[in-house]
Design a protein around this ligand. Structure first.
Ligand SMILES: Cc1cc2nc3c(=O)[nH]c(=O)nc-3n(C[C@H](O)[C@H](O)[C@H](O)COP(=O)(O)O)c2cc1C
Length: 255
């Protein structure tokens, strides 16, 4: 039996969850999309671990399923499971995954959600404190144990479709496409040019130009750069605090 995990993550919550699930190999979605990683041919159990974005799938995970998995020879796959990390409102993300897999000729066997500390700033503006994050992560332990045992036993558990599933799936797929991030700025007097933001941006959307940090037009608003800046030099209007996350920043480096 060979289990391979595909992980989509901004601030590391989904990577934290993936680390806990026994596996033989793991790749970030972006590395698979760019051909820097491939799913081994003998994989028979595939895990898809991702954050809920706007009640649905992150852009990279949606593309991964519809472009990479749909094109692959998947005859060896016997068990596909999906784990959606979220800030307390997973809505129809698992249903979205189920439908996206179906559209690519694949079938989900098991889906579950885990509430994790929420890194999204536009709504609350205040980042979760270390204590709050610890309490939420401690609560997630029970769910994680259940998931690990369910996946080990190849339990079948399919998400159900709610009344607004179609609308939210559509909304999420439209709103979560990469775009220009106008609101994140860099305080150049605080920035030490350490390159952390550049190396952890999952979209490779941050560059150093003329000695300053600039954002491109592929931001997915994951807020990894904001939360992981060691100098707190990345700013978002009205936002305070940083969610330090559950995995080392070095684990989020893409290059
Ligand atoms: C752009 C964006 C949209 C989000 N939308 C939702 C949502 O609809 N429901 C929810 O419960 N959490 C939502 N969240 C919170 C994330 O799902 C949650 O923090 C997740 O664990 C982050 O995973 P990551 O650290 O692997 O990126 C959102 C976060 C971001 C950045």
């Amino acid at each position: 039996m060979s289990t391979f995990l595909i992980v989509s993550t901004g601030t590391g919550n989904s990577l934290y969850v993936a680390d806990r699930i026994p596996h033989d190999g793991m790749c970030f979605t972006e590395d698979l999309l760019d051909g820097r990683c491939t799913i081994p041919g003998d994989t028979d159990r595939l895990g898809l671990i991702f954050p809920v974005y706007c009640g649905g799938l992150p852009w990279s995970m949606r593309r991964l399923v519809s472009d990479v998995l749909a094109e692959r020879d998947n005859r060896s796959l016997g068990y596909i499971f999906a784990i959606a990390t979220n800030g307390g409102l997973p809505l129809y993300a698992l249903h979205d995954m189920d439908r996206t897999l179906q559209d690519s000729g694949l079938a989900l066997s098991y889906g579950n959600t885990v509430r994790m500390p929420d890194a999204y700033l536009p709504l609350k503006k205040k980042a979760v404190t270390d204590n709050e994050a610890e309490a939420i992560a401690a609560k997630a332990e029970d769910r994680l144990r259940t998931i690990i045992s369910d996946v080990q036993d190849e339990k079948i558990m399919l998400p159900h479709k709610g009344p607004f599933a179609r609308i939210i799936r559509k909304l999420s797929s439209i709103s979560m496409v990469p775009g220009k991030q106008e609101k994140l700025t860099v305080d150049s007097s605080a920035c030490s040019r350490c390159g952390t933001c550049i190396s952890i941006c999952p979209m490779e959307n941050i560059k150093e130009e003329d000695g300053g940090i600039v954002f491109g037009d592929r931001c997915v608003s994951c807020f990894a750069c904001y939360h992981r800046c060691p100098e707190r030099a990345i700013r978002f209007p009205g936002a305070s605090g940083q969610y330090r996350g559950l995995v080392e920043t070095a684990r989020l480096r893409r290059r």
